[in-house]
Ligand binder design. Sequence first.
Ligand code: AMP
Length: 352
Amino acid sequence: MIHKLTRIPNEPQTIATLGSHSALQILKGAKDEGFNTLLICEEKRLALYKRFKFIDEIFTIKNFNEFLTNKCQKRLLKANSIIIPHGTMIAYLTYQDIENIPAPVFGNKWILRWESDRQLKQKLMTESRLITPKMIKSKNDIDKLCIVKLHGAAGGQGYFLAWNKESFEDNAKKLFNQKRIKSEDDLFIQEYIMGVPTYLQFFYSPVNKEIEFLGADIRYESDVDSIGRIPARQQLSVDIEPSYKVVGNIPLVLRESLLEGVYSMSERFVEASVHLVPPGMTGPFCLEGVYDREGVFITFEFSARIVAGTNLYVSGSPYSELIFDKPMSMGRRIAHEIKIANEKGLLNTVLT
Ligand code: AMP
């Protein structure tokens, strides 16, 4: 598909984002690279963000949807801004909304659609020759431990485990009663992979045509990760159904022998994205999966933008240290790319 070209600013001055997710890291990095910073912020979060001196201007809105109003968009354009999309932006705005934002967006905004849509997501992972968990088409086919997910669920909320048709139906009924789903069709079933859930953070630079592996993390999820604190007898006596709501992130350094595989997965991903959704994966992205007992990475998701796990590495990570001689967070890496692209007259390769 050929997409409309975005208006490329003559001289990008401001880096802007929405106040949530990884906004602090993004704007701190932008300031460190010499940009002005603009935060679009909900009124209720103003007190928090006012604490940080690297934010030059805060434009307040009542709720995230007001980001799309003319008034807000005019402010962004007037400041000659480049918008950095993140997880909250794609959770609260539709991908069509993001595609229609008049100000330039860092990275490939067309790929965000592929992150939101389960089928497109699977297509890109398959084309990238990533190993993915088996999808179970019908509840009648559940014959081993499975994880059941809601379409578009934010941060693992509402996921549950099922091991047969009955356990699937029991939990689906609970979600239905809580008005979280309209029918069982709102759920999809995936083989449960035992191992270490791992989030691999990358940056692809179209300017120097290189992939950088910048960090890894584990998510700490409530309450599945705290179940081990309760002895088995109590676990069995209270009927616990774990949830997977992300609360925070824990740093992870991989065995060095895994790194070759890490790079080759990310290279295949970038390559496939160039064919399927031009101009391809640009800037930050994350491959999300489980290392099983053989050390094989099974990818269950990807994020085609900065992930919150990168907030761990505001002053650089064990991997960014190997590439850069200054502290390089993912937020700063984005600003650095914009700066270099602008100097080389290549802004059109990093913005859409
Ligand atoms: P997600 O929202 O897809 O990132 O998943 C939230 C959490 O669910 C992950 O951090 C994992 O703990 C878990 N999870 C998701 N898919 C699988 C899977 N196929 N096997 C095992 N755990 C999974």
